[in-house]
Design a binder for this molecule. Structure first.
Ligand SMILES: [Zn+2]
Length: 106
């Protein structure tokens, strides 16, 4: 009798935990802002009139609605493209030498 109650409780706890996790996943309140000035689909300048799309907690902005449609057809492809372009920018931008004492000009 006691054993049965304990298993029931454990099952309930698991179910509640899963429900909380689902709710947290669904209600992401603040997605990461779109880091680029250009549309990830066509590389044209973003139009602020076009409603942004949130995918995997990342906001995406577009130059036109046609690009939104293309994005929605294959969001993972464009998410990967965005990740690639942002990491490339991060790699390219810092001109600071790694592990040098040369930047002591200030
Ligand atoms: Zn476009």
């Amino acid at each position: 009798m006691m054993m049965l109650m304990r298993t029931l409780l454990a099952g309930c706890a698991l179910a509640c935990c899963a429900a909380v996790m689902l709710g947290a996943d669904e209600g992401t309140p603040s997605p990461r802002p779109y880091p680029l000035e250009n549309c990830v689909v066509s590389n044209d300048k973003i139009d602020p009139q076009v409603a942004p799309v949130v995918f995997n907690g990342q906001e995406f902005r577009f130059c036109c609605r046609g690009c939104v449609k293309k994005f929605n057809r294959d969001p993972e492809k464009y998410a990967a493209r965005l990740a690639a372009s942002t990491s490339r920018a991060a790699n390219a931008s810092p001109p600071a030498p790694s592990g040098g004492g040369a930047s002591g000009a200030k």
